[in-house]
Design a protein around this ligand. Sequence first.
Ligand SMILES: *Cc1c(COP(=O)(O)O)cnc(C)c1O
Length: 480
Amino acid sequence: MRSHLLNDTTAEHYRRSVTEGVERVAARLAATDRPFTGVTADALAPLIERIDLDQPLHDTSAVLDELEDVYLRDAVYFHHPRYLAHLNCPVVIPAVLGEAVLSAVNSSLDTWDQSAGGTLIERRLVDWTTGRIGLGPAADGVFTSGGSQSNLQALLLAREEAKTDSLAKLRIFASEVSHFSVKKSAKLLGLGQDAVVSVPVDQDKRMRTVALARELERCKAAGLVPMAVVATAGTTDFGSIDPLPEIAELCDQYGTWMHVDAAYGCGLLASVKYRHRIDGIERADSVTVDYHKSFFQPVSSSALLVRDAATLRHATYHAEYLNPRRAVEERIPNQVDKSLQTTRRFDALKLWMTLRTMGADGIGELFDEVCDLAVEGWHLLAADPRFDVVVQPSLSTLVFRYIPRTVTDPAEIDRANLYARKALFASGDAVVAGTKVNGRHYLKFTLLNPETTPADMAAVLDLIAGHAEQYLGESLDRAS
Ligand SMILES: *Cc1c(COP(=O)(O)O)cnc(C)c1O
């Protein structure tokens, strides 16, 4: 049987294959009692290595059976309420349906003649998002592969708009807890080693604007060019939101591009309750949003939005076969002129399906729930003498560490926390993340699952304390 999508026969094949796959995955999802089995790479690698890729099975059911063994059984499941690790969300069903539609139709969003309505739908969603941000009538944007790509493109535009005769003179200002893609972008954009100036944060992990003002002044005095300030609206570790209005003032004063990295905090754009926390975002020159983080969309679904559509021209190149100049004159819409990618997924369809089914309020309520859950978690941690918690949550993360009653050696406490995280992962009972604060090892909950309850958090904290105590007990035995 031909296995591509072509005619009535293959349409029937498509229907059967996808239905069977959906049944398997649905059964698997319903059966997961833990977010992870705790499988190790050493245990899994031989199963995958053993498969002869040159000996196809010619049978979807058999391939799905095999997939159970090499992937589905041992995958990390973000929909499980005790997956509390990274910025991964459980996905809403309308978006999953959108994913199935977009890959079956397989539009490519570079040109009109590869997408038709897809291009217009993406444009509507870009306009919807710029409207929610408040970027004004000249705004535009494009869907991207993720926050890293959005940040790269934003900084490309800022670099092209900066007035300088030398890339070495350009400086980008971002807080010390901004995302690493800022530094990576600076490197990709050919800026110098010292291009990214790290601005200190206050005790709530928000950029200190007094320090930013000082750094901007120092930059100017040294004859350098402040190319961009990256304000983070929801830092990856702490969910902290930089003071956007004050940063906007400084950007005006120094004639600097203001980029807001709202990869995480963008969910507030749909929130009725907490939208005010990102007030000031409307003054940005560019904004990164990751719908695949706080809009409960499958990977990937992201966008870069800009205040002035004309700045997107810095990504425009023409190819005779694809987007010739005369197509511009004929006013045929295309998105490739705005994108770093050429062939590009119709990721926007997932957001479309979501908004048309649940509405923005539906998404905003889900995000509000996890923000409220984080506040409950903070109270749990603050009241628990076994733990030290870093900052009150602005979004939905909690950074904390286990502190034993008897041990005071900070290095030993570090090791106990590292051990607890690993042991928890190996057990598969829960998955939590880790990070460093002031040089010390901490643990992190990223709460993006509205199904997670305070009881889940309490149970996971008990598990963490148990593993840490076990480590310290064994460590004492080793010493004696
Ligand atoms: C996740 C994240 C990014 C990167 O986004 P990807 O979609 O993973 O590429 C950028 N900035 C912040 C603040 C993030 O949390």
